[in-house]
Design a protein around this ligand. Sequence first.
Ligand SMILES: [Zn+2]
Length: 398
Amino acid sequence: MKTTNDYLPHPIFAADENRVPRVLLAPQRYIQGNGVLDHMGNYLSLLNARRAGILVSTRGQQADGARMIGSLESAGIDPVISTFNGECSLDEINLHVGYLESKSVDCLIAIGGGKCVDAGKCIAYRLGVPVVIVPTLASNDAPCSALSVLYTPEGVSSGVEFFPDNPTLVVVDTGVIANASERYLVAGMGDAMATWYEARVCLQNPNAITTIGTRPTLAAAAIGEMCAKTLFSEGQSAAEAVAANQVTDSLENVVEANTLLSGLGFESGGLAVAHGIAQSYTAVPIVHDNYLHGEMVAMGTLTQLVMESKDEARRVAEFFAEVGLPIHLGQLSLSADDKSALDIVSAATMEFPFIGNMPLALTPESILASIIEAHELGLAVADAVGDTAYRRLHCAST
Ligand SMILES: [Zn+2]
């Protein structure tokens, strides 16, 4: 993995590779509820903040950002807005660091989608101030973790940065999530469902390591298992709640699964081949341009599961079909005949740093065979249960 800042967790936690400790990472506070955005001023009192940098897109400044700024101002906190231009790239990060440094902010709030959240962590680390994450989508598990994925200005994945601290506060307003597109919540379920299956592999394989080079904790695996259980039982009704712009108990539970449970579970439970395949799909332009991270993770998870347990693979494929996640290559705008694209994916997966967490030795050929097997399983499931949800989500634009 290429990293672009000066902090690396591996030499700290995994100095002796024969005796690797278990480590659990987590944000200091996780706050979730309908309307919590209106109380940001209260939460910021935990940090003694007086002047808060706010990383937010132009669109966000008119909507959720404006509400939050109102709460900060009534708490006597001076907001300094830095407009996020959409990419978590070093160019963009340095731009914000320069501006916010000149304003002497004492914390940074990143409010927006996954890239804004990740860029916020990079900027706060460089400024040496605490970071507060306010995700406006539940489409991925970036908010709670102490790492960011970096991209080139053109949007191609270019590396990862680790940080010594997780976000100080993560504040999730479920009223905001309920008003976003259903496709985002469903993509978050795809990212979250992988958590348990990847953590399980890492727990069972004594040689497996987490993203920070340590052994997984039982706590992280239990959190991952609870995450999957919540999605199976409440994923469908949470998707219906978002489609109707309503905050229900199911939506609260699934937002927690997508954001907190998945975030803690992946970071301290470990990743495996599901995320390797998902990252590799981004190397195929038609997939990169048209699908969300969690949708690629869904296909990666099915591929990992056909390597492990056909029954579980089928159960997960049926759930994915029910909520509208991709389950066969056609639903990623590919086909089993796209040999060059699939060769790119299987070769890139071999480069994924956590591929060794799988208990079986993988080759590009065996990965390709599993991708095809998952695709065929997905076709059979789509034949049996239909693709109504997928079609509904993919007709509407995101
Ligand atoms: Zn992910």
